[in-house]
Write a protein that binds this ligand. Sequence first.
Ligand code: SF4
Length: 229
Amino acid sequence: MLIGGLLKFSLINYPKKAAAVIFTQGCSFFCHYCHNPELVLKDEFNTPLDIEGIFSFLEKRQGKLDAVVISGGEPTLQKNLIDFIKRVKNLNFLVKLDTNGVNPKILKDLISQNLIDYIAMDLKAPLDKYSKVTNIDLGSKRIEESIKIIMSSNIDYEFRSTLVKSLHEKEDIEKMSISIKGAKLYILQKFVAKVTLNPTYSKKKAFSDVDMLDMQNKALEHVKKCFIR
Ligand code: SF4
């Protein structure tokens, strides 16, 4: 496991739980608007944190924190992810995984072994224009597979989309929400211009509040719940 960061306390990363958040290094995508270039670009990686140091921190937080969120980068690229999560579960924490959905096989394994309690999966774009956002052409088959695996599981989940005016059309939301038709929860995130993987995106425009509400209403025609974050 290459871990580039640890947030020791968060009330916003796991619904209604106090959590620590672990950020893994490396990603399969290069989303223009990504706010974590230091977790995506090898040249910008920090020296990885010591795994034993993380576990000694978690041991001291047993009974004080409810959950551990494993975020990235893209955590499912980490070779020892399953063993790492087993160790976290042995300490009796809930585990939430943040993923871009690129690795359905790992998701299947984690779910079948009851190793995760909550999944948040990014839905980057309509399936036929994924590469426009992710800046890499991996096709959409893996994304579709991950969606199916998550939606047919019994665990809690959310899909989430960051919407950027120069990458998305308002009309995209229809195809995006149809691709997760019947989903329990869909979160729409307004793009915030700050540090971005593609530096030109730090000045790009977000959708207006009115546009975000229109997109929320459109999404609600296809999913059970949809919130703007
Ligand atoms: S926003 Fe894109 S590039 Fe950044 S960590 Fe997530 S999937 Fe990877």
